[in-house]
Structures are given as C-alpha cells and as structure tokens.
Ligand binder design. Sequence first.
Ligand code: ATP
Ligand code: MG
Length: 567
Amino acid sequence: MSEASLDFIREIITEDVKKGKNGGRVHTRFPPEPNGYMHIGHAKSVLLNYGIAKEFNGKFNLRFDDTNPEKEDQEYVDAFKRDMHWLGADWEDREFYAADYFDRLYDWAEQLIRAGKAYVCDLSSEEISEYRGKAVKVGDKIITPPGKDSPYRNRSVEENLDLFLRMRAGEFPNGSKTLRAKIDMAHPNLNMRDPVMYRILHTPHQRAGDKWCIYPTYDWAHGQSDSIEEITHSICTLEFENHRPLYDWYLDQLGIHHPQQIEFARLRLTYTVMSKRLLLQLVQEGHVRGWDDPRMHTIAGLRRRGYTPEAIQELVKRTGVTKTESIVEFELLEYCLRQDLNKRAQRAMAVLDPLKVTIANYPDNQVEEFDAVNNPEDLSAGTRKVPFSKMLYIEREDFMENPPKDFFRLAPGREVRLRYACLARCTNVVKDASGKIVELHCTFDPASRGGEAPDGRKVKATLHWVSAKHAIDAEVRRYEHLFTKEDPLDVEEGKSFLENINPNSLIVLQGCKLEPSLASAKSGDHFQFERKGYFCVDPESTSGKLVFNRTVTLRDEWAKIQKGQKK
Ligand code: ATP
Ligand code: MG
C-alpha cells in the first residue's frame, strides 16, 4: 500500500506505529451488540478493522457488547460469527464478551464510588433526562443551558457503596435506582452530565445467567472492554464522536490502558435501512420471510440472494473511509457483484416465461447435443452438452407478432440464431381461442448447425432456448427493492418507514424451464442464465423442485430503449 492512498485512519495508525505508541502494536476489534443480524453496514466496520489489523501485522478481536439482555440472543451471536467467517474476517481464537467483564466493571465502579466520582441516584430515567437538560436553539445558535444536579448527588461514599451493593443484591425494583458518574451537570456535552453507569434489570443474561440484576450501560462497558483487551485503536462510527470525551474520562479516572477512539462515517446505501431495530421490525411483523430473506440487506439475506463476499469487499474498498456521511447508490453494489459473478458464474440456458416452439422440419424423435461454453470469461471452465430436439421453449418476450422498428428478436418471417444450435425462422403463429399466442412454428436451416450458416449470412438476434423434452421445471423468485424510496426513512411526520415498503418486491415465477445440466445444481451455486441475469440456488430447493433466486439482472438495454420511447 502506498502512503498516498492511505485513508485518515490508516494515516493516524501509521503515525502511531512510527512513534512507537503502544510499543508499536496495532490491535483492533469489531464490537457488535448481539441484538439482531449483521447487515452490510457492519460488514464495512468488520472489513475495516480486520483489514487494518492485517496490514499492520496486528491483532483483531471479535467482541460482543452484550450489555442489554432484554434484546440480545444467542441466535444473533451465532449469526454474527457465521457471517463474519463468510465475509473472510478471521478473529482466530480472539472471541470475547463484555459479559465476561461484568465482575471487573463492577469493581471499577466501586473504585469510582470510593474516589467520589460516582453515586447512586434515585431519579427515574425521565427525571434524569429532564435534569440533564437539552440543546435548544437560540436565534441561529444551538446552546445547552446547564442542567440541574440530582438531589442524590452528594450522598456519602459509604452510603453509595452500601446502596450499590444492595442494588447488586437485588433489593430494589427495576428503574428505581441507577449508578451515575459524577462529572459535570453544566458540561456543554450532554453525555458528560452525570451519565448512567448501571441500571437495575431483573432479567437473566444469555451468557452470564442469573448472576446479575444490574447491568452496565454501553458507555460504561465499551471503553473498559477495549482497555481490558488492550485494543490500541477503537474504531467506531461518527455517532460516537460526542461520546469520546466520556470514553476518555472513564479510562483516565481508572488510570488503565487507554485506546484511542477514532470515528468514521457509516456506510449508507440507497433503498436500504441499516439498523438492527428496523430490520427486526421487518422480520417480526412479517414484512419479509426472515432475517435471511433475499430482500434483506443483512449478510444472511445478501448471501441467500447470491451476493459474494468479494462483491461486498469490493464495495467497501470503493466507498473508502471518510469523516463525512454520504449515501452510496445501491447500483454500485450491484456493479461490484456483476463484476465478480461475471468471472465466476457458470452460464446456463433457462427460459423463465416459456413459449413453445416447434421446429417443423426437424425429425420427430431426433435429439442432438450441442457444445455450450460454460464461462466465456474463464475458458478453463470448459464446455457442456445441451440437448436439442423438435420441441423447444423460448422466452415469450423474445417474440413479437408486430414488432416495432427496434425490436430485433423473433417475429413472423424473421430468422434468429438459437444459441449454440442453429438458425431458425418463424413460419407460423398459433393462437388459442382468446387470441393468446400459444406456440410458434419455425423451420431451421440444417446447414447452420452449431449456429453459423455456411453462406455467412447474419442474423440480428441470438436467443436462448431449452429443449422441451429435456427441460427441468423450476421456481424462480425475482426481487425488486424492498422499498420504493431511495431513503426509506423519508416519511411524513408521525408515519412509519413501513409506508415505503414496495408491495411488489417479490415475484414468484412457476413453471420456468431449465436446461437439464442444472438438475445437479446445489444450494448457493451461482449461474448466469444467459440474457436473463445472475441467479443462485435457494436453500429451499429440493431434488424434486429447484428454486432459484434472481441475484441481479444483466444490464437491460431493451428496457432502457422502451423507457426512452415512453418519454
Ligand atoms: P444498528 O443500528 O444496526 O444496531 P449499531 O451501531 O447499533 O447498528 P452495533 O452492533 O453496535 O450496531 O455495531 C457494531 C459495530 O458496527 C459498531 O462499531 C458500529 O459503529 C459499526 N456499524 C454499525 N452500522 C454501521 C454502518 N452502517 N457502517 C459502518 N459501520 C457500522
Ligand atoms: Mg448499537
């Protein structure tokens, strides 16, 4: 990596290493709260922290910041681990839990009480925020008038130690007391106005069991956990910038190893929500089929949809590390994905909306096999045999009875190439009583076997097709954005982001016809269905019934032309 290409975080770390800070060590971590599934925003943080540790020959921890047992679950812990492995971020044996530090955090809290830096407060959470005050606009300035001291602020050390012990022992009901740091109720930064360190919560913890009925707040647990793990650079997102003074204050009061917190801008993508809370709502209320629904921007959802780790890694690389928030076009992620799948996805022919074609001059029971290239981008992937016979399927949209000028595909009297097989001309259109086209009759040129005519005559279109006799049936699930708006959170006052859900984000196609080589496709396999896009096998597939997800389209020039005509 050349120094010129360093982002600001890597610059800070390079300087620190040069100066010999932390003995030249670099140690990062990814600290998720296990209260939902990992989403693509987390992936940015994972890859950044993991990447930095690798580049600087350092260490990388996975730490679950599990301080809120009401919302957390082992299922989420397992999912984060699975998704991180899949993304290619390896924490080796460095897997930690804030819950394992609860004893130490408790001791440190007592230390602050003894130093007169923390007190037990009987105000309710509403009273606490009222006493802390809030930012107000005066003219065009935002100011934070001083807050009001809690009446419990000057309890003696002895009383505080006694009450804190009794909080821990379970003597008091939820919400009746908190432990607060004694900092400054007039501090311009509201986070410094005697923040809560512990709250009472009579709820067992998924890891610590029923040992505790008081739990540390995020701010109290986070920095100290970083310190215990000897993290050198605590990289987080911008919303923690105004928590940094508190992060620093706790570490300074305790006099323990002091990591440096550095903030960067979150990844935001159009048409997505990136908050576990909102994703949970989508799941719980049944707007999607689960955390791994292919329309979800969770890692589990993207994986099931057919996204690859490489595509996500590439997106993260291209969007870089900055201090200013911007929204990345979803199309960039799709672009990264196409680049990757183009290299790796085996080609296949699949007809999603079949229209029957009879080759009138082809012998009734004959079957021929043509060679098809598995991947033109990777010739080592070889070729496969595709059977051809008298009855075929083509895509219904590849035929028009009365084509406009710029429609080059099949039409009455017109000749096209059937990919890998031959040239064929449409001679007759068969309709049912309602006038719907149900079948085409074509003739093929026996001299064009393999796809080229000996006289070198040109045709304007090459169609994909499947032999009817050999076709396997499949269900194909086509997805659109889950939201109709680029910013799903853009709603009128008082309305929910659910208003922006796209009611047509899933379209299920039954009776799709696939070439027979796909019979052996397995869950997770990627394919490019020629001319139709990239697809992957859904885990709900069974040997009797294949189910494919459309991962992403190929660029559709025809759709663009149509759009142009509409204008
Ligand atoms: P969420 O609102 O989705 O729950 P969070 O920040 O509360 O997000 P955490 O589990 O606390 O979720 O996040 C773990 C780490 O991932 C944090 O360091 C956080 O800064 C980072 N992170 C979360 N969302 C993004 C994002 N969109 N882009 C980059 N990093 C993110
Ligand atoms: Mg969080």
